[in-house]
Design a binder for this molecule. Sequence first.
Ligand SMILES: [Fe+2]
Length: 510
Amino acid sequence: MLFAGGASVGITAALGAAAPVRAAARRAPLSDVFRLGVASGEPTPDGVVLWTRLAMDPVAPDGLGGMPARPVPVEWQLARDENFKRVVRRGTETARREEAHSVHVELDRLDPGTEYFYRFRVGTDISPVGRTLTTPAAGTASRDLKLAVASCADWQVGWFTAYRRMAEDHPDVVAFLGDYYYEYGDYKYPVRDQAGGECLDLAGYRLRQAQHKSDPDLQAAHAAAPWVVVWDDHDIENAWAGDVPEQPDPPFLPRRAAAFQAYYENMPLRRNQRPDGWAMSLYRTIRWGAVANLHLLDTRQYRDLYACTGKSGTVGPDCAERLDPNRTILGGKQEDWLFDGLRTSEATWDVIGQQVFMMEMDWVNGEQKGYSNEGWDGYVGSRNRLTAAIEESGRNAVVLTGDVHSHWAGELKRDHQDPGSKSVAVELVTTSITSAGNGLDEYPNTQVLLDENPHVKFFNGRRGYVNATFTQKEMKVDFRSLAVVTQPHYPAYTSGSFVVEPGIPALNQV
Ligand SMILES: [Fe+2]
């Protein structure tokens, strides 16, 4: 049999007869299939999603991880202890080629506010162990939320040590705000070589996702806590806005559909978040007892095109279009959903996790003003409607932001066009995991930027992440920084700490 099988593959493949090849693939042994690690996400008081994706060769060029075409049964276990002495749930899911052999296990009827451990098995292969937890029951005020916040992980420019340090800080939940990878082709002098070129199709996005998931530091961060994820631009294409791409080739909407499909496959998301072609609904609220509601926004899929130039990232002469009250960065439906969520919230904190700079920022030193048209400065109508909704609802809002590859903290004004306007929220901007390389704590123009934007209170230009702890009494934030990411193993240090009290949207340095 062995001999006959081996011979038939070569001969029939050469003759173009596919059936015996498929038969051989069905028999191919599986080994070391958990090279992409494990993850969990979307926690509720009674459930969570467990995720893995099988791959024997994470950088296989077709994006399918070197897996045979056949469906593979994957056993899973959930336990109260990391040694799996107290297993509370078990089952089997099928990993299918149509979803790149990813597995999404949606659990329900679990205990609220409880820590669990999980693992998967295929044959004799057993996955690494992940830790996850359910959120506290509605109304529970006694359980604090320790949230880690991150964005922007460019494989080619450095090591993902910041993810490792984040895991070592033992967060309850990780909020990832976009740019989980970069879709770009190869850089000239990469710190780390990436597989594949620019992501243009489903194979390309699957491969980029798989290579990232093969990173041990990223795996540690996924195994440490449930993640809640939203994309920004590079998860699809630099600076995309609604249906409008930066580059016309390849056709954008099929490309977006491919990126969304790979995004779903590779993230611990729920089945009802699966894309429908080039549409995928990602905005939602994660509830943490009576302490916090975490509203996660999508500022890419429904936004109007860039003001003033039609192109993103413009910092230069101001123009009236960005102030147009009809412009939107969220789209009407998402905006209604968010404002309704704020109006009906009963949590101490309403945390708004999103992608791009929300408070006003004059990026040009000196007399001249320069605003980015990619952030909310390019969508002032949207910003004013949101700040009005925060004010009217009387919520304690904390905005979380990524995208700009440096730490910032500041106060969001009710109306930044009105110099006497009061603050309605604080904004915490997390730096990148690696993007932009090592950076500096301060740049020559940092103090001028802070002086010319007095509502902005803090800057740090290293790589890292944010730890924010929400309690009934206060929110405390630690900005975590690493001096070096172009070499592995560097420690993290706290570059700034602030406390915010409920009812007073102001940053108090500690
Ligand atoms: Fe980025």
